[in-house]
Design a protein around this ligand. Structure first.
Ligand code: FAD
Length: 257
C-alpha cells in the first residue's frame, strides 16, 4: 500500500491559523455528535450535542462577526457556481464568513477586514490583564500516554477522489457546464488545514486525553482548549466549534477559580 504524503497547513504566528484562514464558520450538525467508533463507543464525551453548544456558538459568532452574506454581496464566481448547481438540481448556499465588507480574499487579509484573534479575543484578553509573550516556544510537555497518529492510506484517498469526480461529472452533465480540473489532485498528496483530535476529550482516560471540560486526566491544572481537544471530525470547517468548546473550558476554569 502506498501512503499519501500529507501536507499540514498551519499558522505559526500570534493569532494562530485564524490569521491565514479562509474565514468560513459553520456550526457542526447533530450527526457529528452522534458518531461512534467501530466498537460502538461515542466519540464525544457525555453531555455534548449541537443543542448544548448552540449558545457557545452564538457567543463566538458575535465575537467574530460571523454572518451570511446577501446574494448581492458575494463575488460573481460564487454566484455562477451556485447557478450551475441549481441547474443540476443540487443546492448551494452562501458560506457564513467573518469578513467585514471587502473583496473576499481566499486566505489571509492585509487590510484588517477579517476578525482574526488579533482583532477579537486577544485584545479582549489583554484588556483583562493577559500578557501575550511572543516569541516563546513550548519545547517540552510530559506525556502520560502514547499518541496515536492517524494514518490515511492512498486507497481511501483515491476512493474519496473517485466519489468527488463522479459527483462533479454528474453536475456537469445535468447543468451543461464543462468543468475543468484546476489541480492535478491525483498526483499530489493530501493537504490538511483542519488538524484535530491529538488530545481528544473523552469520558475516560482509556479513551482520550482530557475530560469533557478539557482538563487533562491526572493533571488537575492542565487544560486543553484548542483543535486537539475536538474528539472527532466535524464535517464542517472546525474553527467555530474549537472556539465554542474553548468558551466552555474557559467558563469551567473561571468557575473553579
Ligand atoms: C490556510 C488555512 C485556512 C483555513 N480556513 C479555515 C476556515 O475557513 N474555516 C475554519 O473553520 N477553519 C479554517 N482553518 C482551520 C482553522 O484555522 C484551525 O482549525 C484553527 O485555527 C485551529 O485553532 P487552534 O487554536 O487549535 O490552533 P492554531 O490556530 O493553529 O494556533 C496554534 C498556536 O500555537 C502556536 N504554537 C505552535 N507550537 C508552539 C510551541 N511549541 N510553542 C509555543 N507556541 C506554539 C502557533 O504559533 C499558533 O499561534 C484554516 C487553516 C488554515 C491553515
Amino acid at each position: 500500500m502506498t501512503r499519501a504524503g500529507i501536507a499540514f497547513r498551519t499558522g505559526t504566528v500570534v493569532g494562530g491559523a485564524s490569521v491565514p484562514m479562509d474565514g468560513a464558520h459553520f456550526r457542526a450538525p447533530q450527526k457529528t455528535f452522534d458518531a461512534r467508533d467501530r466498537e460502538g463507543h461515542p466519540y464525544w464525551p457525555d453531555g455534548y450535542s449541537r443543542a448544548v453548544l448552540d449558545s457557545d456558538y452564538a457567543r463566538v459568532e458575535q465575537m467574530l462577526h460571523v454572518r451570511q452574506f446577501g446574494w448581492n454581496e458575494i463575488p460573481k464566481a460564487g454566484g455562477l457556481f451556485a447557478k450551475m448547481l441549481d441547474a443540476a438540481g443540487a443546492s448551494c448556499d452562501r458560506a457564513r464568513l467573518n469578513y467585514t465588507d471587502c473583496n473576499h480574499c481566499a486566505q489571509g487579509c492585509t487590510f484588517d477586514k477579517k476578525r482574526t484573534l488579533l482583532h477579537s479575543c486577544l485584545p479582549l484578553a489583554e484588556s483583562h490583564g493577559v500578557e501575550v509573550r511572543s516569541p516563546s516556544l513550548v519545547d517540552h510537555i510530559d506525556a502520560v500516554g502514547s499518541l496515536n497518529v492517524v494514518d490515511r492510506d492512498r486507497a481511501s484517498y483515491d476512493a474519496y477522489l473517485d466519489r468527488m469526480d463522479a459527483a462533479l461529472a454528474d453536475v456537469s452533465a445535468k447543468s451543461g457546464v464543462t468543468l475543468l480540473p484546476i489541480v492535478p489532485r491525483r498526483l499530489s498528496g493530501t493537504t490538511c488545514a483542519h488538524l484535530l483530535s491529538a488530545c481528544r476529550m473523552a469520558d475516560t482516560k482509556e479513551r482520550g486525553v482530557a475530560d469533557s471540560n478539557g482538563r487533562v486526566f491526572d493533571y488537575e491544572n492542565l487544560c486543553v482548549c484548542d483543535a486537539s481537544a475536538v474528539p472527532y471530525a466535524l464535517g464542517v470547517n472546525p474553527a467555530l466549534t474549537i472556539s465554542a468548546i474553548a468558551e466552555r473550558t474557559a467558563e469551567f476554569v473561571v468557575e473553579r477559580g
